[in-house]
Write a protein that binds this ligand. Sequence first.
Ligand SMILES: Cc1ncc(COP(=O)(O)O)c(C=O)c1O
Length: 398
Amino acid sequence: MTMAMHPYNALMDITPRPYVVFDRGEGSWLWDDTGKRYLDFIQGWAVNCLGHAPATVADALTAQAKRLLTPSPAYYNDTSLKLAKALITHSCFDQVFFTNSGAEANEGAIKLARKYGALHRNGAYEIITFEGGFHGRTLATMSASGKKAFEPLFEPKVPGFHKALLNDLASVSRLISDKTVAVMLEPIQGEAGVWPATDQFLQQLRELTKAHGLLLIVDEIQTGIGRTGKLFHYEHAGIAPDIMTLGKGIGGGVPLAAVLATSRAACFEHGDQGGTFNGNPLMCAAGLAVLDHVAAPEFLKSTAETGRFLESELQRLSTRHGLGEVRGRGLLLALDLKLPVGAAIVAQAFEQGLLLNSPQPDTLRFMPALNVTREEIGQMIEALDAILIKAGAARLVA
Ligand SMILES: Cc1ncc(COP(=O)(O)O)c(C=O)c1O
């Protein structure tokens, strides 16, 4: 396809994108409008947990679209009630507020924490977040994020966020004051390059926040809904946070996200929170179909097994090419390339019909569909192996 055949300029130019237009997807595969096929290990940034265009989501959307699109958030609808009930049944939380994006869910969590501070902690409003953390692109969630590239943008920042260091409890303790109301973190920092909080750190954080009467907020927008081999990542550490945000995987490809809270933390009063599309039945129908599928114990078991298989294959590749560690959990993994060659590898992979992501110059991130097959993993490893062989040869020649 030539550039002239598509009105690329009609969209705001917010990121460099290849001039390729996708128009079909199925499972782990995407096709562009020239018919070229791509093996997808990005899946919309860990969004399509059941792969592209899963029948279960398509059927649920079709049935719901024919029945009820939205009665308005001023009224209850049966689908959002069913999904909220299913989410609280499967988690340690008591109530849910649905949103349309992860950033909006985190905004909701931040507002909930500030409300809690107003009601229970003498107006405390500060939230301790983490260097390297990523919580979204609204003003408050950019301010909460510890992403270096955000620092000079859109000043002034929303006040009230102090950054600690992941896996360093003392750095959290030092920031606690009578203005603090919560600690908020991603259990695995995705954008920063897949850096996991250890289970021990999560347990210590839970103890510390409890001891100080602070809320513990887990941003499971990337790690939730089976991504790490359990329905929610906090289960690995055996802790019960006060607030959790979900996004990405919960909609299986449609814009759905959520804030979940315990009954004590769920303290919004009338007028504090809302939104036109929040909890609309169309998106919630997709969420119900996804949850039905992913929460099944055999599905989670197979996701964990597939994650271990991908991890061992990446380890093998790393040893063969003298690369660095493999990090992460389940099907959210990173390979340390030791050199800033991520973008070049991603570009070559794209040419060859393989979609990979490099969140940091020296890191590749893998977040395939949770039902990716071993054969597809093998195909990805084979393609990446060939690219790395070529890259190694190029280095020898240079
Ligand atoms: C951990 C985490 N939090 C929040 C967000 C923001 O979600 P959204 O892009 O849906 O607003 C993301 C998106 O990448 C994320 O990975």
